[in-house]
Each structure stands twice: as structure tokens, then as C-alpha cells.
Design a protein around this ligand. Structure first.
Ligand code: ADP
Ligand code: MG
Ligand code: ZN
Length: 620
């Protein structure tokens, strides 16, 4: 196994050499000559003669315009002494010449002007530096063959034979773990799957807010499967030299295939996997890297047992091509933990910390809705630091509670963690949606309701059961959808007599739906069987432009408003009639933060015995 852990710094080596070279050149040409260049000092002729008489001269130069002395202390003073040639006729100077002869000074050759060192620095060093630079570049290029294959020898790819992590290190992500169990099994017994002819997904994408343990989870998968773990971070792909990213990807897959079965993990894949359309600045390097990744994923044979995992907290910006079947077709949600999850995570991280028996993780977990695994780890560490500072040998509940404030409230994460009042509002809002759904359609409303805030900005959500896929929808169903969407805001208004910003997304969707009823589906009596809005692009998103006159446009806007307002009134009516049920379910949701569809059905059956809800399972 080629383990190249230590050449982390190697990649921009040419940059370092180039910078060094330029620095040497600049210094030698600009500064050194100035510093070393001998100075010339004008002296009078009599001083000149005195210097010679006093044996201070080492060399003398006589030329038609001046006399010049190189003194014996030239090394220290770096100064020549000159005086004008006062004799017009050479013979007139015979007295001076005999003095020079007497002192044994030569005067027939010019003093060599510049110093020896100056020559070396100005001419030899730059030449040497240049030669060394080209030599190094040449050698680096040839090392792996291929002209200009900078990327090759700088690959940082490495395999950790064992990541040292297992599922036991990842707490409270049961759903994600279950989804990954199959991948582990596949890595251990690829034969079992290939014998039947089953193709396993080549890649799985771990999606979730920062700090929820995506990286950790990927390592745990490798640890559970006991296979090597090749990891690379998306940002590492995109570096200075064009072509480096692409060649890294190539290297990565080559190494992985040689070491199969193994896991290739690309962390923060959004750095390269950003959608190629609708970005203003194109980044060729990133695009090349992405294309290389796409073609490698298509090219390699997954039956050999290479599984690609990637992680991102921005799935919405990923290129569609990455998400299509045969690539990262499997999406594994790694969500913020619920209360029980938080307790489990605290337990995992508390293992190595000495705790007083009074520490109660349930209280801590209750106080930290919206905290990620990383936050919780941080809380424990902060508490431990505080205990040390206080001179204690064990962490007590007091430090834990202080740490919550420091970690959660002290940082910008504040807006992600809800206050108690907000939590109550969100509980009512989400219950409103769910209750309206079941009262209107008499079906199980949801798969899951949660009021754990997301980093994406939603404070809670209702996960709908995947209904049997419908090709056609009636107008009644569409209107029901709008009523359900308004149910959240309606519930807030009924209970708190005030409304919040939390319904922005509901409003957007309700408006869009009402607009479609009129402009696209031709369902409005006032506007008839006419298309008023055309799709701009069939495959890229669903941007649309209005396809009507200004006058019609404003009438359509009015009608949209009427439809939504009607629906809102209906939602208020429904919820007011069942206020007791709303209160009861909202308070349970407030307590538990999560309600599954089953739990909701049970509660509902107790509270509204007259209404029977049908299951709304996939395909039923
Ligand atoms: P992500 O990659 O999702 O941003 P990381 O995997 O880097 O998050 O998690 C950061 C740290 O937080 C982990 O090293 C781990 O110590 C802690 N952590 C996060 N989630 C969990 C979890 N579910 N169980 C245990 N520890 C967790
Ligand atoms: Mg990570
Ligand atoms: Zn809502």
C-alpha cells in the first residue's frame, strides 16, 4: 500500500522554488551591488602623495584624467581615493613615478574595479539558481513520466488501513447507520451480491448540517467493514495548477481500485460538485475535476468492491449529473440529533471524561435543541476545561450548564438554537400542518414531525409520507394542499394571536400552487382554459415567465390572493373546531421534539375517536 502521508507540503513545491529564485535575483540585482560597490573618495593631490608616502596604498592607477589609490585597508573601507591628474605631460610626473617605484607600487595596470564577491553574486548565483530551478523542475516532471504532469507526484491520497472508528463512536444516527449497513455487507461479501446480479449503488452521499458526524460516519463505515479508507477533501482537488484536480481524481481511483475492497471518501464534495449551470464565473479547474470524477465513477467496476462515499452540507448546489443513478444515487441524511440522540452523543463523549455522579445528561440534552454532535462534544470539553480551571478533579453539572451557554449561546450558532417560546410556537405551527392534513383528508398526515431547527433555516418540518405517485390531481386536492400549507400560520394565530416569520416557505409554496391553478392548469372559472405562464427551461429548474398582458397579470394576482385567503380561512376554521386536539398534540411535540407517524395516529385516535385515519403508505 503506498502510504504517502508525509508529502502534504509537497504540492506547490515549484511555487516555492520559483519564489526563491525570484527573490535571489531581485536581491542580487537590486540591493547587493549598491551595498558592495566600492565608494570613491576625492582627495587632494597632496593627500594623495601623503598616503603613498605613509605606505597606505596597495595599488595605484594612473590614467589620463586621474590618479587612483586602492588603500591597504580597502577590505574594511571599501573606498578608493582619487585625485585629478595634475600633470599634462606624462614626463612631468616623473617625480611621482620615482616615488611610486621607491615604494614598490605598480602603476601600469588599471585597478580591477569591482570586487570579487560582487561578480559572484551578480553573475554566478542567479545563473546557478536558474540552473537548479530548471533541474528540479525537470526531475520532478520526469519522475512519473509525462510532461507537465504536476499533479501526479503531488497526490496527497492516502489510505488509512484502519480508521479506528466504529458505529459505536457514532451516537444517535440510527437511520443513517441502517442505510449504511448494506454497504458494509457489500464490502465484506461482494460475491453474495454479484452472484445474483445485483448492482450496489456506487456512491452514497451523506447529507446534513455541519458537525452532525458525516465525516465520522464515513470513517465508521470503513472501520466496521475493516477496509482501507481513502479520503480526500473536495477543496484539496482544486488547487493552483490547472489539471491537478483531475489528475488527483484519476490517482485516487487508480489507487482505490488496486486496494479494493475499500472506501473512497470525498469530504465537502460541494467544493467540486457545484452545479455547472447558473454560475456566473466558470471555474475551469473545478469543472475539469468534476468531469473527471463523473467519468471515473462511470468507468470503474463497482463489483470489485469500491464504494464511494461523499459528504456535503449543501446538497442543493450539487450538479445534477452527480446525483443521477449510477453515481451518488443514494442519499443518507445525517440530521441534527433529537433529544435521545443528544443524550447518546453526550454519553459517547463523556466516556473519557471524569464526571461527578450528579451530572444529568437528560437535562443537558433538553437544554440544547438544535445542537449538533460537534457542539455537544465541545460542550463536554468546555466543561472539562472549566473544571480544571476551578481546581476540580471531576466535571459537575454546574460546569456542564455553564459550558452550554459558552458553546451554544456564545457563538453565532445562537440563532440555530431556539428559545423556549420559539419552540412552543414551532410546535404549534407544525402540529397545525399535520392536524389540518388529517382532518381534511382523513389520512395519516405525516411520516415524522420534528421541531429540531435545521441550519438551513427551517425551524421544524413535517415529513410527508410518500403518497402513491399521482399523475393527475384534482382541483379539490390542489386546494386542500393550499389549506394544509396555510395550517401552520393559522395555528400560530389561533394559539398566540400573533404571527411569525416562520411561514415564509409555506406562503411561497401556497402562492405558487394557486398561481398554477390559474395559469397552468386552467382550473379557474375566471381565467378558463388558457395557459398564462410558460416554462422557460424543460430540464434546468422550473423558472417560468408570465405569458399574458399586464392587465391580465394583475387580475391573476388578485385571484391568487383570493384563493389563498379562502384557504387560510378554512384552515383557521378547522383548527378552531379542534382546538383541544391541537393543544394536546402540540404539547406532546413540544416535549418530545419528534413525533413519528405512528405516534401521531395514536394520539389522534385517542383525541378524536370519531375520525378514523387511514394509513397513507407508499403505493397504497
Ligand atoms: P461533519 O463532517 O458532519 O461536519 P464531523 O464528522 O466532522 O461532522 O463531526 C465532528 C465531531 O463531532 C466528530 O469528530 C465527533 O466527535 C462529534 N460528533 C458529531 N456527531 C456525532 C455523533 N452522532 N456521535 C458522536 N460524535 C459526534
Ligand atoms: Mg466533515
Ligand atoms: Zn409551515
Amino acid at each position: 500500500m503506498s502510504t504517502e502521508k508525509n508529502n502534504k507540503k509537497k504540492s506547490p513545491i515549484f511555487i516555492y522554488y520559483a519564489i526563491l529564485l525570484i527573490t535571489v535575483l531581485v536581491i542580487s540585482y537590486m540591493f547587493v551591488p549598491k551595498m558592495l560597490e566600492p565608494k570613491t573618495k576625492e582627495i587632494s593631490f597632496s593627500e594623495f602623495v601623503t598616503m603613498i608616502k605613509e605606505d597606505k596604498a596597495e595599488e595605484v592607477e594612473i590614467n589620463p584624467s586621474e590618479y587612483k589609490i586602492k588603500p591597504k585597508d580597502f577590505k574594511e573601507s571599501n573606498t578608493y581615493y582619487v585625485t585629478g591628474n595634475i600633470y599634462n605631460d606624462f614626463h612631468e610626473s616623473s617625480a611621482l613615478l620615482s616615488l611610486l617605484d621607491e615604494k614598490g607600487l605598480k602603476y601600469d595596470s588599471p585597478i580591477i574595479e569591482s570586487s570579487y564577491w560582487l561578480e559572484i553574486i551578480v553573475y554566478v548565483v542567479p545563473a546557478l539558481a536558474t540552473i537548479v530551478f530548471f533541474f528540479l523542475m525537470y526531475r520532478a516532471m520526469n519522475k512519473k513520466g509525462g510532461v507537465m504532469s504536476f499533479g501526479k507526484n503531488t497526490s496527497k491520497i492516502y489510505a488509512e488501513t484502519s480508521t479506528g472508528k466504529t458505529f459505536a463512536d457514532v451516537a444517535g444516527q440510527e437511520e443513517a447507520k441502517q442505510n449504511l449497513v448494506e454497504i458494509i455487507d457489500f464490502l465484506n461479501n461482494p460475491g453474495k451480491y454479484t452472484a445474483i446480479g445485483a448492482k450496489l449503488p456506487k456512491g452514497a452521499l451523506l447529507v446534513g448540517p455541519p458537525g452532525t458526524g458525516k465525516t465520522l460516519m464515513a470513517k465508521a463505515v470503513a472501520g466496521e467493514a475493516k477496509v482501507p479508507f481513502f479520503s480526500l477533501s473536495g477543496s484539496e482537488f482544486v488547487e493552483m495548477f490547472v489539471g491537478m484536480g483531475a489528475s488527483r481524481v484519476r490517482d485516487l481511483f487508480k489507487q482505490a481500485t488496486q486496494n479494493a475492497p475499500c472506501i473512497v471518501f470525498i469530504d465537502e464534495i460541494d467544493a467540486i460538485g457545484k452545479s455547472r449551470d447558473n454560475s456566473f464565473s466558470t471555474n475551469d479547474e473545478r469543472e475539469q475535476t468534476l468531469n473527471q470524477l463523473l467519468s471515473e465513477m462511470d468507468g470503474f467496476d463497482s463489483s470489485k468492491g469500491v464504494v464511494i462515499l461523499a459528504a456535503t452540507n449543501r446538497p442543493e448546489i450539487l450538479d445534477k449529473a452527480l446525483l443521477r443513478p449510477g453515481r451518488f444515487d443514494r442519499r443518507i441524511i445525517v440530521d441534527l440529533p433529537d433529544q435521545q440522540g443528544r443524550i447518546d452523543i453526550l454519553n459517547v463523549h463523556a466516556k473519557n471524561v471524569l464526571m461527578e455522579p450528579d451530572v444529568n445528561f437528560e437535562v443537558i440534552a433538553r437544554a440544547t435543541p438544535g445542537a449538533s454532535g460537534a457542539d455537544l462534544e465541545n460542550i463536554i470539553n468546555e466543561a472539562a476545561l472549566r473544571a480544571v480551571r476551578a481546581g476540580k478533579t471531576r466535571v459537575s453539572q454546574k460546569e456542564m450548564e455553564e459550558a452550554i451557554e459558552v458553546v451554544i449561546a456564545g457563538e453565532e450558532k445562537k440563532n440555530r438554537v431556539m428559545s423556549d417560546e420559539e419552540k412552543r410556537i414551532v410546535a404549534y405551527h407544525e402540529t397545525g400542518h399535520a392536524l389540518v392534513t388529517s382532518l381534511l383528508t382523513h389520512t395519516e398526515p405525516v411520516h415524522k414531525i420534528t421541531i429540531i431547527p435545521r441550519t438551513s433555516g427551517t425551524l421544524g418540518y413535517v415529513m410527508h409520507v410518500a403518497k402513491k405517485e399521482k399523475v393527475l390531481m384534482t382541483k379539490k386536492e390542489l386546494l386542500e394542499e393550499i389549506i394544509i400549507l396555510t395550517g401552520g400560520r393559522a395555528s400560530e394565530e389561533i394559539e398566540f394571536d400573533s404571527i411569525t416569520t416562520g411561514a415564509a416557505n409555506d406562503i411561497e409554496r401556497a402562492t405558487e400552487m394557486a398561481r398554477n391553478i390559474i395559469t397552468t392548469y386552467g382550473m379557474s372559472d375566471n381565467f378558463g382554459f388558457v395557459n398564462w405562464q410558460k416554462k422557460n427551461n424543460l430540464y434546468l429548474g422550473d423558472s417560468k415567465t408570465m405569458n399574458c398582458s399586464e392587465a391580465t397579470h394583475s387580475k391573476i394576482d388578485e385571484e391568487i390572493q383570493t384563493i389563498v385567503a379562502d384557504c387560510y380561512k378554512k384552515a383557521v376554521k378547522i383548527l378552531s373546531e379542534h382546538k383541544a386536539t391541537l393543544d394536546a398534540i402540540a404539547s406532546v411535540l413540544y416535549e418530545k421534539e419528534n413525533l413519528t407517524g405512528d405516534e401521531f395516529m395514536k394520539l389522534f385516535a385517542e383525541l378524536e375517536p370519531d375520525i378514523v385515519l387511514t394509513r397513507n403508505e407508499d403505493g397504497v
